[in-house]
Design a protein around this ligand. Structure first.
Ligand code: SME
Length: 160
């Protein structure tokens, strides 16, 4: 089920509140990323697969999977490849209403139909990771998701 815009706003407000409360005193990055994924996966009914791909420090043109919840995710994605790699290359959010129409989409799970991917920067402005959400319905994500997720990523960015 895809929530209405009003429902989405409430779900993101709740998620932001939980993230702020749960992570206020935490600095460990794995704990932060894993907990954000858990909170989002618990709250968002349209989030079939939710997780982070981190920039590989040994190969900075490649993403490597980080904390996620969902079915088995591809381990590595090159910059420029698929939706995640496109987000990493452009350094901006990418919303795809129908992944089958997106050239080079990487189908980790054939059930995925739409997707949103957002960049997570550190405090120096370097790309640290991307946050990827997949849905089994077409057109599940829009600007309401983007703004809700950006507010949550901002909490993490301040700790990077
Ligand atoms: N579909 C993504 C790959 C990651 S998975 O969906 C978990 C992409 O095209 O980048």
């Amino acid at each position: 089920m895809i929530p209405s815009s009003d429902e989405k706003r409430k779900l993101y407000q709740l998620s932001l509140k939980q993230v702020k409360e749960a992570l206020a005193d935490e600095t460990d990055i794995t704990a932060l990323l894993a907990s954000v994924v858990c909170i989002l996966k618990t709250n968002l009914p349209h989030g079939f697969w939710i997780g982070f791909y981190r920039v590989d420090t040994k190969n900075p043109r490649q993403l490597v999977v980080g904390p996620y919840q969902g079915t088995f995710g591809c381990l590595r994605i090159d910059f420029g490849a698929g939706v995640c790699g496109t987000c990493a290359e452009r350094r901006e959010a990418v919303i795809v209403a129908d992944v089958h129409q997106f050239p080079g989409h990487i189908a980790c799970d054939a059930a995925s139909a739409s997707e949103i991917v957002l960049p997570l920067f550190d405090q120096t402005g370097s790309l640290y990771a991307v946050l990827d959400l997949d849905a089994v319905k077409l057109g599940a994500f829009d600007e309401v998701d983007q703004h809700g997720l950006e507010a949550i990523l901002e909490i993490i960015r301040k700790k990077l």
